[in-house]
Design a protein around this ligand. Sequence first.
Ligand SMILES: [Zn+2]
Length: 410
Amino acid sequence: MDIVERFLRYTKINTTTNREAGAAGIMPSNPVEMELAKLLENELKELGLKDIKRRENSITTAILPSNSSKKLPSVAFFAHLDTSAEQKNDTKAQIVSYKGGDITLNKELNIVMKESEFPELKNYVGDDIIVTDGTSLLGADDKAAIASIMNALQFFVQNPDIEHGDVVACFLPDEEQGLRGAKALNISEINTDFGYCLDCCGIGEFIYENWNAGDAVVTFTGQSAHPMNAKGKLINSLLMAHKFISMLPGGEAPEYTENREGYYWVKELSGNSAKTVLKLDVREFNEKKYSERMQFLQNLADSCSKLWGDGRVNIKLADRYKNVYNYLSEGENSLPIVAAKKAYESLGITPKVIPMRGGYDGSVISEKGIPCPNIFTGAHNFHSIYEYLPVKSLYASTNVVKEIIKNLAK
Ligand SMILES: [Zn+2]
């Protein structure tokens, strides 16, 4: 099967993540994710892969066993089954042959992708681009990755003379809601030396650094009183929360930071004068600085407690995921990084290394013991009706997967 046909086939299965079901502990959060998992299971069987397992939570794995007499490094490739909740409609993908300028996605509804808003379109003049009809997202995040991995597996099945080590494919549900699938993964069932997620952006991009991420829930307990005789009695928890927020370092917020700059994100605030709950996200690339940020919040809560009385301020801190770079023991020289860069370069693709201001399944998988950088699928504008996938980038993505596997045998 041609990779484009394969990709289009996957996009027709509408696997929008369901946050309500996810919050209730259901996995996969959308039963349609299981439909996609079943389709993949059948395709893996047709390819003749080994140890094919589709679990009740829809996590699906298979092995392409080594065909070498040498002991070669084993590698896994990961993609997620669900698509983001921003758009729920069925995807109606279309292929346009891009001549430059704006792209009309939907004539009837007058939905246009403007070159002025998406200037990187200029890189694809003369190419075929897969776009939406303006009423849904494309789901290239992450079905381009699934297509890329499946196509690479097909290649090695059809070319048995090309030497390779053990290759594991793993498809995970519910990445779009707190990396739930990766968290549920029993890592001992993967058991490779390292792995790659395919879950990012434009051709050439390569990620092996992401946030150290944590969050804080601060509860302020006041004392309510009727305003007619509140003097000296009312303790307003809303105003405590307000003061607490005003003591956070100015400018260290998502809207003022970029690249490797960390932040505190005042994410949610709800309450009344008796009780107010403040939720904060803490993000930092450097592990030491991350610990300092978490400690700062603890100290601030402690000082406020001293000021306003015991029990008035309660803070709960939790670590969510870590920077993948922490797990690449030789840093830039570690094999997962070197092997991917070599694959890019042998295809004439310049690696664009970017620190990812977010998390991806690899953050969790790395923490569980399989170092897992993130390579490109070639798609742009994730989570949006303007999501698109240049066909040549999709080919480049699957070629990187093939090259990595080939190079590991050398
Ligand atoms: Zn994704």
